[in-house]
Design a protein around this ligand. Structure first.
Ligand SMILES: [Zn+2]
Ligand SMILES: [Zn+2]
Length: 283
């Protein structure tokens, strides 16, 4: 980061404010360090701000809740300890910092000739924000809309109740904006926002249909369904068993997010049996 700033002719003292789209480690991890070096204030959506402590300072409750959810999702007992702790290695890259400014969406943030509007776009993370510059028609999309990969949208203890429903609503809200260029959290700057949203909505429709088909005549756990789906569509599809541990956990959580949305739409029902939750679409 230091090199990037220097190449652009800036130093840390030129940073007047820090705005984080969401608190995932790849977006928030260096914030504490940048705050120290620049002295700038940090702005984060209030929902994200409330998750910082349980995610990066005292993780015991979160790990327990995650293990419980994975167990209910049908993850085999042998795989549980590994999947439960699959994200712990990331913690070393994060210097947690408390925000001075808690956003709600709708605020205006000025910087030079730019005036950004804060847009609350829950889904990928419950307090995710995008920054929109209406006069210059620019959108900083964080992980909400990415050009080359589908964002992870999973049901987990910090996700909100219906994250995929939220995510799709947030896409529909963004779709109406006039945008010439999108600056995403991963990948290169792109144009054609409406077309990209169309592709993503098509992907989620297809996946929902595949899940309905999977549970149309048989009760299954989220884990069983996840093993039938091809993951990473952008790279042609990877079977569940070939995924890394971390990606397996994300796959189960993404399947749970789809199932949650399908239940709110009345297309899938759940049946609780002992410790496991089973789903079916045959009702
Ligand atoms: Zn993220
Ligand atoms: Zn990211």
């Amino acid at each position: 980061m230091r090199d990037g700033l220097r190449e652009a002719g800036f130093g840390f003292k030129d940073i007047a404010q820090i705005v984080v789209t969401h608190i995932h480690p790849d977006h928030y991890g260096l914030t504490g360090r940048v705050k120290q070096l620049s002295g700038a204030n940090l702005s984060v959506h209030r929902i994200e701000a409330d998750l910082i402590h349980s995610r990066y300072v005292n993780l015991d409750g979160l790990l327990e809740d995650t293990a419980r959810q994975l167990r209910c999702g049908g993850v085999p007992q042998n795989d549980l300890p590994q999947l439960r702790g699959a994200s712990l290695w990331m913690k070393q890259f994060v210097t947690p910092a408390a925000p001075e400014i808690r956003l709600s969406g709708g605020e205006k943030l000025s910087s030079g000739s730019f005036e950004f509007e804060v847009l609350w776009t829950p889904g990928h993370s419950p307090g995710h924000i995008c920054l929109y510059e209406p006069k210059k028609k620019l959108l900083f999309s964080g992980d909400h809309i990415l050009p080359d990969i589908t964002s992870h949208v999973g049901l987990h203890p910090q996700s909100g109740e219906n994250p995929l429903g939220d995510f799709i609503n947030s896409m529909r809200a963004i779709e109406k904006l006039e945008v010439n260029f999108v600056f995403p959290g991963h990948g290169a700057v792109f144009s054609g926002l409406k077309q990209r949203i169309g592709e993503l909505l098509y992907h989620y429709r297809e996946r929902k249909m595949a899940i309905i088909k999977s549970v149309s005549d048989e009760l299954k756990t989220a884990y069983q369904i996840a093993t039938e789906i091809l993951w990473r569509p952008e790279s042609g599809g990877v079977p569940f068993q070939e995924l890394e541990l971390w990606d397996k956990r994300l796959a189960v959580m993404e399947t749970l997010a789809h199932l949650q949305l399908l239940m709110t739409e009345g297309k899938v029902e759940k049946v609780v049996e002992d410790d496991a939750v089973l789903y079916w679409a045959g009702g």
